[in-house]
Design a protein around this ligand. Structure first.
Ligand code: NAD
Length: 469
């Protein structure tokens, strides 16, 4: 057996890794991944895999994350299917040479940008949306005509095992490989040369990936996380705001890279907002959240302990219950955590929502902008001037105004961070471009060869050139 995935650990024999990569290189060199027919066929096969294996996938997600089917379908399977459909619909247009104008100095001539595949792409996935976070980048990599090697997260072993088993059955085995494993396997992978690496996960490993990529001057896309702020103006629709905050924060038990990490709100408005959030939690997950089938669990004991420890010494105004045996943590609200507490210094990545009050909502802008640039920023307001102030004076990978991460559903918008929350982006055409080299082409005519630029240089030539360029 090439891979041996168990519920505790997925592994790959390290000696098999380099030959797999070499095989992918040979496939790319053979050229057939460049054909649009091959790309579309592979994309359709990804959709077929997800549609035909829907039941085992939902079961694997249930086992890995205790997630209900509807949440898994909308957040992962549905996302993969719609990304394939969007890509297949537009791929021919994206692959075409992109004509641009040519300056007078280069006339007669034609200029265009020709997207070309990069080669072999390494996709390192995270565990929180373990299907989407490998198949999403795979769709982009294949659409651009690349070969790909997928390394799913070992912390979601059921999905990792399922992908390792099913991908070779559905996709071109010569062009797409799966390597299961953890640190050893990823470290071994990173010893090898790829033409692009996309990594989804935390900042510490992001740096390891980038350092390894630097050895080969391999470009990287880093899909990282960070503390995504949620600014709530008192001039908002309270009920809708509370619904959308609860939906985006507590989906997948808060283990979402674009979940609102903490809320900034005016002191006088905070009690109303907290009450509205409590009402929505009970409405969505019933008064006894632990019994709700719609609420997920924490991925493993280490993350469970990490999140529970964040609550030490905090002013918990709602929730706070947990059960180690089932890795359940109740949706929890903490009021006024100290800025230097671990809760406010680390990305929470769990169902704990700190509320920080301000005398004036405008103070949210310096609060956010003095911190690391987050993956996403949320703003709930009816005040257009404040909306513009926040947009212009803060930086974030993505911004949701008056909603949570609905932007992730729009394939026309780039999905990615900035600064500490990452670099590069994918989804739709942006993903296609991310995994392509946008090759510059200028074609000149042999006719009309103006000798102006050729030596010997004269002051007259220089004068004319200055005007032309
Ligand atoms: P993780 O533990 O699953 O790690 C991610 C990948 O890195 C895995 O494939 C793992 O095998 C590999 N890895 C771990 N340690 C390694 C090492 N020492 N050397 C080489 N590879 C190693 O995921 P995580 O880091 O817990 O993910 C959570 C973080 O990911 C959060 O910060 C979250 O915000 C972020 N995230 C970002 C996005 C996004 O799209 N921007 C999506 C999901 C999660």
């Amino acid at each position: 057996m090439l891979t041996d995935s168990s519920s505790d650990r997925c592994t790959t024999n390290l000696s098999l890794i380099s030959p797999k990569i070499e095989g992918l290189r040979q496939t790319f060199a053979a050229g057939h991944t460049k054909n649009i027919e091959w790309r579309i066929a592979q994309l359709q096969r990804i959709k077929k895999l997800v549609a035909e294996k829907q039941e085992p996938i939902l079961l694997a997600l249930q086992k890995d994350l205790g997630r209900c089917d509807m949440e898994s379908w909308t957040a992962e399977l549905g996302g993969v299917i719609s990304e394939v459909e969007h890509t297949v619909k537009h791929l021919k247009k994206w692959m075409k040479p992109r004509k641009v104008s040519t300056p007078i100095a280069a006339q007669p001539g034609k200029s265009y940008v020709l997207p070309e595949p990069l080669g072999t792409v390494l996709i390192i996935g995270a565990w929180n949306y373990p299907l989407l976070l490998v198949l999403g980048p795979l769709i982009a990599a294949i659409s651009a005509g690349n070969c790909a090697l997928i390394k799913p997260s070992e912390l979601s072993p059921n999905i990792s095992g399922l992908l390792a088993e099913q991908i070779p059955k559905y996709l071109d085995q010569l062009a797409v490989e799966v390597v299961e494993g953890a640190v050893d396997e990823t470290s071994e992978l990173l010893q090898n040369q790829f033409d692009h690496i996309i990594y989804t996960g935390g900042e510490v490993v992001g740096k390891i990936v980038m350092r390894a990529a630097a050895e080969f001057l391999t470009p990287v896309t880093l899909e990282l996380g960070g503390k995504s702020p949620c600014i709530v103006d008192s001039n908002t629709d309270l009920e809708v705001t509370a619904s959308r905050i609860v939906w985006s924060k507590f989906m997948n038990a808060g283990q979402t890279c674009v979940a609102p990490d903490y809320v900034l709100v005016e002191k006088s408005f905070a009690p109303k907002l907290i009450d509205a959030i409590k009402v929505k939690i009970a409405e969505f997950y019933t008064a006894k959240v632990s019994a709700s089938d719609d609420y997920g669990r924490i991925v493993n004991a280490r993350h469970f302990a990490r999140i529970v420890n964040y609550l030490d010494g905090q002013n918990v105004v709602y929730g706070g219950e947990s059960d180690e045996s089932t890795k359940y943590i109740q949706p929890t609200i903490v009021l006024e955590p100290a800025e230097d507490s671990p809760l406010m210094e680390q990305e929470i990545f769990g169902p704990v929502l700190p509320i920080i009050t301000l005398d004036n909502i405008e103070q949210a802008v310096p609060f956010v902008s003095k911190r690391a640039k987050p993956l996403s920023l949320y703003l709930y307001t009816k005040n257009k001037t404040f909306e513009q102030t926040v947009l212009q004076q803060t930086s974030a990978g993505m911004v949701g105004i008056n909603d949570g991460f609905m932007f992730a559903l729009n394939p026309n918008l780039p999905f990615g961070g900035v600064g500490a929350s990452g670099m590069g982006a994918y989804h739709g055409k942006i993903g296609f471009d991310n995994f392509s080299h946008l090759k510059t082409v200028m074609k000149r005519s042999f006719w009309f060869d103006v000798p102006l630029r050729y030596p010997p240089f004269t002051s007259k030539k220089f004068k004319i050139l200055k005007k032309l360029l």
